[in-house]
Design a protein around this ligand. Sequence first.
Ligand SMILES: Nc1ncnc2c1ncn2[C@@H]1O[C@H](COP(=O)(O)OP(=O)(O)OP(=O)(O)O)[C@@H](O)[C@H]1O
Length: 341
Amino acid sequence: MEAIIVEKLTKVFKTKIKREGFKGSIRSILKPEFKEINAVNELSFTVNEGEIIAFIGPNGAGKSTTIKMMTGILNPTSGSISVLGLNPITQRSQLSYRIGTVFGQKSQLWFHLPPIDTFKLLGSIYEIDSKKLNQRISYLSEVFELRDLMNIPVRKLSLGQRIRCEIAASLLHKPDIIFLDEPTIGLDVVAKQKIRELIRLMNKEEKTTVFLTSHDIGDIEQVCKRVIIINNGSIVLDESVKNLKHNYFSKKIVGIRYYDKPQYDFKNFHVVKDSGQSLKIEIDTAITSIDYAVSQLMKAGKVADITIEDIPLEEVISMIYRQSDKGDDAYESVQKILGSI
Ligand SMILES: Nc1ncnc2c1ncn2[C@@H]1O[C@H](COP(=O)(O)OP(=O)(O)OP(=O)(O)O)[C@@H](O)[C@H]1O
């Protein structure tokens, strides 16, 4: 069943044009001029219950604006949104009992108080009875490893510890959907891994639908099953992460080092780089199997080392961003680019 249905969602911001200099400022007051920014443009998509979606795009693509409209913070200019069957604008308070939000750059925890105080306060706001609240806090403290942090003022926590508390706080009322806007921003590698593990765990254990935005490809690869890419307020790609990899990763890069200069005349794949004893080969696995390619490479000389790599997802996604900026079809363009690497 669908947890989120978004149809032709549009948000246009009207902002005052600021003129330069003193005279300009006076003119702006007396005769204001406005410009319109099409932050979100006729966006349509659905999210099924229990899915983990990455909603990504370059800076200014319209991700936060979309999340704000889905959570009832911003009014759409046009289009419709249904989140868990509710209208986020007219049924915002009902919806708030069923969704959780984490904005990585903003805190919902009281900065000078220990997390336990915010948890208790949120418990009262969500009208959770005290026995259930204590059980829930105890469960989340266990899973998120918060026991030793619960009584330390939030300002004294590390960023990683604080984000663990933020996510736990947003899950206090057992929401059906959690919106995570850049939850791993600024975290070190270990803290990022921990957050990713916890998101996966909550999705598995509590069937929480996860709607996540991030600029970190690791979040997408390791946590999400499906990715929606937006640019300039419109969807440029909506694909399962598995398909994205499959469609865009038929090409492999093989690095091979020989003991001596190899003798070769490869027919079905081409050498991208020849540095004497080392070769870099590109193989299109849709045409040539890895087995065959490796067997040909072995015939060219005595092999000292071999590596096989995908083209990094990060590179593919940045190509999609660049191509969609030019208004090209994402899939075709990327195939074209990969063909010329
Ligand atoms: N309150 C606002 N008033 C005017 N323009 C706005 C407002 N909020 C966002 N915008 C504009 O709308 C566009 C989309 O912004 P949004 O914050 O949704 O992008 P984003 O994809 O979340 O970007 P980022 O990855 O940098 O957070 C941008 O051009 C931004 O400047």
